[in-house]
Design a protein around this ligand. Structure first.
Ligand code: AMP
Length: 544
């Protein structure tokens, strides 16, 4: 091989993002909505606080490779942690604040987190769990609120104030771990996706491409999608790299404060799941806020209804662009910009797909028999992807090796791809339900339902829902002579699973259909639901 004479050893690390914030992008702005109104800081100031945070974390004993967890909203401090942890050689672990306590306990202990940076408004969610965290040595509390009964509390602002400016950043390998995010979009325990500096930097560049989100210095970006969910779709790193301003909504995720933020801060790019935009649409129809500054709303995490895109475009001049991705894909995998030659109905056809693959991401569809299917827009199979920001394995979980093969990630999504590379998701092979952008494990719900004395079998499937994208429908077989009402079953679940997991709809059936090897055949149940053959009970209905 005649080797190219370029600087191949120049590492793609997040330190470049930080240095850009400090220097060339120093006048970029981070705006955070707080109880006391808007707080503003320049990127240069944020970079200086990142140095202090690094020094403070080092003082608290954080070394290279250690996991630093966050339990927080989208705020300036969260952005500071996004840069500090990886740039000092540690790993940023973003904890999902919506998880059920048992899941959080599992994740923190599995990741062996050393420190948790927690927003004071969320302290109460960790108080009872704190003694169960085996490796956590300090809780760094952000904000002035009460630290409750949390042990070993350090105040974020005091930690920063006690440091001198500057920090001696280590030179890192681009393959070093930078971030960790667990996904429950699989069966069994949540799985850790361990991003590297290289994958985060390349993904941020990808988000800046004109045919994806095109984040640029001209933008004011509003990540509504949480920073604990797949890096807020890469928006923070992409914005900091490009020099776009960031508008952080913190915990004010209701339509009213969001539309005030969009209007007042002249937001140009935003990202959130369909449920949130549905709520905003209702509000916008009534109050007519000025959303005209927005040039692109990235929407994904679940199928985006065409009616939602049309309504915003026609009534409020706001363009929603559908994207597909997963925690495992950093997450941007495909973005649905239609080909320029497409018009009218054809254009909407493309916009209603999951989109066209991002450059550098490859995909294939594979049938149940393991055969690669053609890109003809018709043939379906499991979608598999590979690329520089796609996971090659989960963190410390060999039981999941079968999710990866020959260098490809099996997504668990069933899709068709057309000749132009537009992906249409048609089904899901994985046994999970996505409600309002967050996962519900059908297997866990089934286990808890079957723990009820009167229940002999339970199979939970997703039911399409306009507001939440999907809601769980529990198909329950009662024991001979057993009796349980919908209310009994809901009551039974109430202290076993998160409140938002509890199905409001149940179908009492005689038997759960089974495959030839005796597994629940949910395909049959889904078909019966579609064909209106399942009698769905949502209220006080007693079956015996
Ligand atoms: P998560 O890891 O929580 O971001 O979830 C990723 C999963 O969400 C994908 O594997 C899909 O099942 C689903 N998903 C994401 N985007 C879309 C989309 N545009 N259309 C349909 N499903 C989607």
């Amino acid at each position: 091989m005649l080797e190219g004479l370029m600087q191949h050893d120049y590492p793609l690390t997040l330190g470049h993002v930080l240095e850009r914030m400090r220097g060339m992008n120093g006048d970029g702005e981070v705006v955070t909505l707080t109880d006391d109104g808007l707080r503003r800081a320049r990127y240069a100031e944020v970079a200086e606080r990142v140095d202090r945070l690094c020094a403070g974390l080092r003082e608290l004993g954080i070394e290279e490779g250690d996991r630093v967890a966050t339990f927080s909203w989208n705020t300036q401090e969260h952005l500071e942690a996004y840069l500090a942890a990886p740039c000092m050689g540690a790993v940023l672990h973003t904890l999902n604040i919506r998880l059920f306590p048992e899941q959080l306990e599992y994740i923190v202990n599995h990741a062996e987190d050393q420190i948790i940076l927690v927003d004071s408004s969320l302290v109460s969610a960790l108080e009872e769990l704190a003694p169960k965290f085996e490796t956590v040595r300090h809780f760094v509390v952000i904000g002035d609120g009460d630290a409750g009964s949390l042990p070993s509390v350090v105040r974020y602002e005091e930690l920063l104030a006690a440091q001198s400016p500057g920090f001696a950043y280590p030179r890192l390998d681009e393959r070093a771990a930078a971030g960790l995010c667990y996904t429950s979009g699989t069966t069994g325990n949540p799985k850790g996706v361990l991003y590297s500096h290289r994958s985060n930097v390349l993904h941020a560049l990808g988000a800046c491409l004109a045919d994806s989100l095109g984040v640029s210095r001209e933008d004011r970006v509003l990540p509504v999608v949480p920073m604990f969910h797949a890096n807020a779709w890469g928006l923070p790193y992409a914005s900091a790299l490009a020099g776009a301003d960031l508008v952080m909504p913190s915990r004010f995720l209701q339509p009213e404060p969001l539309s005030r933020l969009i209007e007042g801060e002249r937001v140009t790019v935003a990202g959130a799941v369909p449920t949130l935009w549905l709520d905003l649409l209702r509000y916008a129809d009534e109050h007519e806020p000025d959303l005209s500054s927005i040039r692109l709303v990235a929407c994904g995490g679940a199928a985006v209804p065409r009616s939602l895109m049309e309504a915003f475009e026609e009534r409020h001049g706001m363009r929603i662009v559908q994207a597909w991705g997963m925690t495992e894909t950093s997450p941007l995998g495909s973005v649905a910009h239609p080909p320029s030659e497409a018009e009218g109905e054809e254009r909407w056809g493309y916009r209603s797909t999951a989109g066209r693959l991002m450059p550098l991401v490859e995909a294939r569809i594979v049938s149940d028999e393991g055969e690669e299917m053609p890109w003809d827009g018709e043939a379906t199979g499991e979608l598999e992807v590979r690329g520089p920001w796609i996971a090659r394995s989960y963190y410390e979980d060999p039981s999941t090796d079968e999710r990866f093969h020959d260098g490809w990630l099996r997504t668990g999504d069933v899709a068709a791809i057309d000749a132009k590379g537009y992906i249409r998701i048609t089904d899901r092979a994985k046994d999970v339900i996505k409600s309002g952008g967050e996962w519900i494990s059908s297997v866990d719900l089934e286990g808890e339902l079957m723990a009820h004395d009167a229940v002999s079998e339970a199979a939970v499937i997703a039911r399409p829902d306009e507001r939440w994208s999907e809601r769980p429908l529990a198909c329950v077989v009662l024991e001979d002579g057993g009796s349980a009402s919908v209310e009994d079953l809901r009551e039974h679940l109430s202290d076993r699973v998160a409140k938002w997991w509890i199905p409001s709809e149940f179908a009492f059936i005689d038997e759960v259909p089974k495959t030839s090897v005796g597994k629940f055949d949910k395909k049959v149940l889904r078909r019966r639901l579609e064909e209106g053959e399942l009698e769905v009970a949502g209220e006080e209905v007693t079956a015996s």
